[in-house]
Design a protein around this ligand. Structure first.
Ligand code: PGA
Length: 249
């Protein structure tokens, strides 16, 4: 399967930052891994003009395709900008906007209905890990947030321990391996060995140029969802190169 380096710009990025996308596209004219940048919706249309081989995505969408939902954006609107993916259920959405697993699943279905790929995020808090609940939490989020009908073509799953996001703390390689192996088994059991085996599993949480190579060597890690280090082309470029060197292994 083709590996995926996905960036999540969160609420960062003005027009001047399109220069970073231009630089990244120029540096990676023929990538051997998939590269995706999930941008603020305000930048998607103008980014499309400079993105070259870099795919673009949104960071959230409403479950409905249109209607009286002030301030929200639909998956179809994101698709019209040229986006090919949407993140759903990021822990910041779950925390800041009280999104439940059912909401996240409804959003994932809306993403599919618009013909896009859903990047569905799961991850435990530090208190849950300390209480030994990590795998139970992940299992519950997977069954509630990933709808029936998930395939490798329409779905990517990102494991992002909440305590590792934006903190500079990464999960250990053993912790990543344990959860990624668990998720792989869960999706293979629920769907089929072939379908579950084709769903890409990303690690997210303080992925940086210096730790990316080690993380990408962990079994069942098919790429990364990168926040802070995706904002600068030079940093994200190094992460892409670390992933590219794993592609043929
Ligand atoms: P971070 O964010 O790389 O800045 O930790 C990851 C994410 O939230 O997707």
């Amino acid at each position: 399967m083709r590996k995926l380096a996905a960036g999540n710009w969160k609420m960062n990025g003005l027009k001047a930052d399109l220069d970073q996308i231009t630089a990244l596209a120029t540096d990676h004219p023929a990538p051997t891994v998939d590269i995706l940048l999930c941008l603020p919706a305000t930048l998607l249309t103008s980014a499309h003009a400079v993105a070259g081989q870099i795919a673009l995505g949104g960071q959230d969408c409403h479950p409905a395709d249109s209607g009286a939902h002030t301030g929200d954006i639909s998956a179809g609107m994101l698709a019209e900008t040229g986006a090919s993916a949407v993140i759903v259920g990021h822990s910041e959405r779950r925390a800041d906007h009280a999104e439940t697993d059912a909401t996240v699943a409804a959003k994932a279905k809306a993403v599919w209905a618009a013909g896009l790929t859903a990047i569905i995020c799961v991850g435990e808090t530090e208190a849950q890990r300390d209480a030994g609940q990590t795998l139970d939490v992940i299992a519950k989020q997977l069954s509630g947030s990933v709808p029936e009908g998930a395939t490798g073509a329409n779905t990517v799953i990102a494991y992002e321990p909440v305590w590792a996001i934006g903190t500079g703390r990464t999960a250990t390689l053993d912790q990543i391996a344990e959860v990624h192996d668990f998720i792989r088994t869960k999706v293979q059991t629920r769907f089929s060995a072939a379908v579950g085996g084709g769903i890409r599993l990303l690690y997210g949480g303080s992925v940086k140029p210096l730790n990316a190579g080690d993380i990408f060597g962990v079994s069942n890690v098919d790429g990364a969802l990168v926040g802070g280090a995706s904002l600068k082309a030079v940093d994200f470029g190094k992460i892409i190169e670390a992933l590219s060197s794993q592609q043929h292994h």
